[in-house]
Design a protein around this ligand. Structure first.
Ligand code: ATP
Length: 271
């Protein structure tokens, strides 16, 4: 049975420093940059790989893993960088970033340019599931990244990503269902969905879409030895989504304390 303890301790430490950065000096700092569809996250670790600061912002600069607003992305990363630099009273130099699996040739250059134009020196560019696995430390299982537009399934065998797939069902579809059921605009439905207080009530109407995500997982993991499903990504924040996925796939399903922060922290660790 996989233990989420180390991963959760790391995420908890990161959540703390987002609120209150650690001011203790470090010789060097490592920044992980996660450019997501809904959210851009910067995670900063010190020389001992301990989280010291972080910042994130909801933004519309990436869609389905592709940078659609280059200038906006650069400005946002620069803004978050400066925000952290002011609180830490230091300059952040080194950064790593990630790509959705399978898009490196198309978008790798763009992400590299975003990071460099924002004033960083890019030290590593890796795929998202490999980044997430720096924290999850799975040897055999599937990292399931439920984002906005898509669900990414990455199969890990002996600690290595051996297969990736990306299918067009994610949080956006959940928001569309909420918008329809509650007669809300898409934006209002998104906001309603992100509020954890509404999760219990929402689960019944969202169940069919979650079951659809489960059927995608079943399809994509067929023929592989998958001992566990590890949920990451913004949509995994939905309370009890792991219970439905575990029940419908029949595979033990684990969810870290904050599934949004696993990938950015893993990126920073690889810096
Ligand atoms: P994509 O897969 O489209 O590239 P992404 O990986 O960039 O997306 P994430 O930032 O991981 O996306 O997740 C975005 C999704 O997570 C959005 O649909 C958003 O509404 C949803 N989300 C964020 N926070 C929560 C929350 N607390 N509860 C439920 N859903 C949430």
């Amino acid at each position: 049975k996989h233990s989420m303890k180390t991963c959760n301790q790391f995420v908890a430490a990161f959540e703390e420093v987002i609120k209150k950065p650690k001011k203790k000096r470090s010789k060097t700092y490592y920044t992980g940059i996660d450019l997501g569809t809904a959210c851009v996250v910067l995670a900063v670790l010190d020389e001992n790989h301990v989280p010291v600061a972080g910042a994130y912002r909801y933004a519309d600069v990436v869609r389905d893993g592709m940078v659609i607003d280059y200038i906006g992305a650069v400005e946002l990363v620069r803004e978050l960088k400066e925000e952290i630099e002011q609180t830490l009273k230091t300059e952040l130099v080194y950064a790593a970033a990630s790509l959705p699996p399978g898009t490196d040739e198309l978008d790798g250059g763009v992400i590299k340019n975003v990071v460099q134009s924002a004033g960083f020196e890019l030290t590593n560019l890796l795929d998202e599931p490999t980044a997430a696995n720096q924290l999850l430390e799975i040897t055999d299982g599937a990292v399931v990244d439920i984002g906005g537009g898509t669900t990414g399934i990455s199969i890990v065998e002996n600690g290595q990503v051996v297969k990736v797939a990306d299918e067009a069902t994610g949080g956006t579809h959940l928001s569309l269902v909420i918008a329809g059921a509650y007669k809300l605009t898409f934006e209002a439905a998104e906001k309603y969905k992100r509020n954890g207080k509404n999760h219990d009530e929402l689960l019944t109407s969202l169940k069919p879409v979650i079951e659809k995500i489960s059927s995608i997982i079943i399809q994509q993991t067929q023929g592989y030895k998958v001992e566990g499903i590890y949920l990451v990504g913004g949509t995994a924040c939905l309370k009890n989504i792991e219970t439905i996925i575990e029940k419908t796939t029949g595979i033990p399903t684990y969810k870290p304390m904050n599934p949004m922060f696993v990938t950015p922290l893993g990126i920073a660790m690889s810096c």
